[in-house]
Design a protein around this ligand. Structure first.
Ligand code: FRU
Length: 486
């Protein structure tokens, strides 16, 4: 019978395609009480190829049902990343018989022009749906935004800018973001460029997203930009800028480079359209450095947990924080709780709890932060170590001995992230799945997402400290699979 979602390494609390290749989340949108996630998909192979938009739906941001493919490549090219909007006012004219159109804006990448060595092979196109995202019709006037001669010209993220009553497109254009505006989604006017002289530039810019938060009554804008390569721990990663957007131009408060996630495996992440004040973010849980080589069988890649973003003012700077959405609490199964753990002696959690640890959530708080480590291991002596190093003031995930690592030479690594606040009080949430860990510390200010491929499931979890780290509270939950049958 059908897909069991129970192969070795198959994530149990993260979305994966039933089969074949997946990369970026696309067209994230909430409509008619349903969350839609489209995704870069090549249904004929487990490596990247001619791109389609796969489709999945969710009622709760946690459980996903895969739907038929939404967009197929056509004679204008492969269907690269992009976004989707609800065109409530029918500005596009795609609406018929009073039906509100959903409009997707995506990049066509033309393999023939590319092969011919032309620079103008990427341009932006539209498709619309009048049946709540089930089926899509491509606009017969495609493309709507032609290529001006820039090789990397892609990943349109469109949002409605109410003050100016116009659509704003955020587009990745090689080493910068270019903003365009439109009143009908069909004709686009260039507004401005941002970033060729700011931020990280170790690689090409991709998948930008412009969002806003209200902090202490003030509207603050955040521009998210993925970059590949050039991430803080190698390969792909996502930076962000904080500043102001006036409908024409984005300007930053300072010139610091900041990262949404310091881990190696959160890329091309963007937010949902139409979730009001909630800023809901999903990233592709992989890295172009080895995405095509990870040791999974019938499918490749997973999405990160859905995260809620917030913007916090810390010592006069605005910092982005991420947390797994509260909807994940419904997966909580057995719960164990411990108080005042003194790590002068190792604390063997697996000895204290009766359930397995292969899918779990661990939360701890302490008022006395010191160096410590959490060690996940299995009977093959594979181990993943994560924790905090006081002398470096950094969090880390060490996956050098975590399991299968030899499929790519850069995979085996110790991933680090600076701690962004300066006090002794710390909190940590760790989400463990069959082939990933996601670490959220300091109320989501430091995030590290990392893949790992233990060849047998980790069945031991120990906490250690050489410097008398004292834990006030430790909570442990085993988690239900999001796939019905497991
Ligand atoms: C990011 C990306 C996008 C592009 C897509 C192609 O991972 O390279 O820039 O649209 O993937 O699949």
């Amino acid at each position: 019978g059908g897909i069991e979602y129970n192969e070795q390494y198959r994530p149990q609390i993260h979305f994966t395609p039933k089969k074949a290749w997946m990369n970026d989340p696309n067209g994230l949108i909430y409509f008619n009480k349903t969350y839609h996630m489209f995704f870069q998909h090549y249904p004929d192979s487990t490596v990247w190829g001619p791109m389609h938009w796969g489709h999945a739906e969710s009622k709760d941001l946690v459980h996903w049902v895969e739907k038929p493919i939404a967009l197929y490549p056509d004679n204008l090219g492969y269907i690269y990343s992009g976004s989707a909007v609800i065109d409530k006012k029918n500005t596009s004219g795609f609406g018929k018989l009073g039906k509100t159109p959903l409009v997707s804006i995506f990049t066509h990448s033309n393999p023939i022009l590319r092969k011919e060595g032309q620079d103008n092979y990427q341009y932006q196109s539209l498709a619309y749906s009048l049946d709540s995202g089930n089926t899509w019709t491509k606009y017969n006037g495609n493309p709507v935004l032609n290529n001006p001669g820039i090789k990397d010209f892609r990943d349109p993220k469109v949002s409605w800018f109410e003050q100016g009553r116009k659509w704003i497109m955020t587009l990745a254009t090689k080493d910068r973001v270019t903003f365009y505006s439109s009143i009908n989604l069909k004709e686009w006017h260039k507004e401005s460029e941002f970033g060729n002289d700011l931020g990280a530039h170790g690689g090409v810019w991709e998948c930008p997203d412009l969002i806003s938060f209200v902090v202490n009554g003030k509207k603050i804008w955040v521009l998210i930009v993925s970059i590949n390569p050039g991430g803080p721990n190698g390969g792909s990663a996502t930076q962000y800028f904080v500043g102001d957007f006036d409908g024409h131009q984005f300007s930053t408060f300072d010139s610091k480079t900041r990262w949404v996630d310091y881990g190696t495996d959160n890329y091309a992440g963007v937010t949902f359209f139409n979730t009001k004040k909630r800023k809901l973010f999903i990233g592709w849980m992989s890295n172009w450095q080895y995405a095509n080589k990870v040791p999974t069988t019938s499918w490749r890649s997973a999405m990160t947990t859905t995260r809620e973003l917030s913007l916090k003012k810390i010592n006069n700077e605005y910092l982005l924080a991420s947390k797994p959405v509260k909807e994940y609490e419904q997966l909580n199964l057995a719960h164990s709780s411990f108080k005042n753990i003194d790590l002068t002696d190792d604390f063997d959690l697996t000895k204290k709890i009766k359930t397995s640890i292969d899918r779990s959530r661990i939360q701890l708080t302490s008022d006395y932060l010191k160096s410590f480590s959490i060690i996940l291991s299995n009977d093959l002596c594979e181990q993943l170590i994560l924790g905090y190093n006081e002398s470096q003031n950094e969090f880390y995930i060490d996956r050098t001995k975590s399991g299968k690592i030899d499929f790519e030479k850069g995979f085996s690594k110790r991933i680090t992230s600076p701690r962004l606040v300066n006090n002794n009080k710390v909190d940590l949430t760790l989400i463990i799945d069959d082939s990933s860990v996601e670490l959220f510390t300091d109320d989501g200010l430091t995030v590290m997402t990392a893949l790992c491929f233990p060849q047998k499931k980790y069945n031991n979890l120990k906490l250690k400290s050489n410097s008398n780290f004292l834990i006030n509270n430790l909570d442990y939950w085993s988690l239900k699979s999001i796939w019905n049958n497991n």
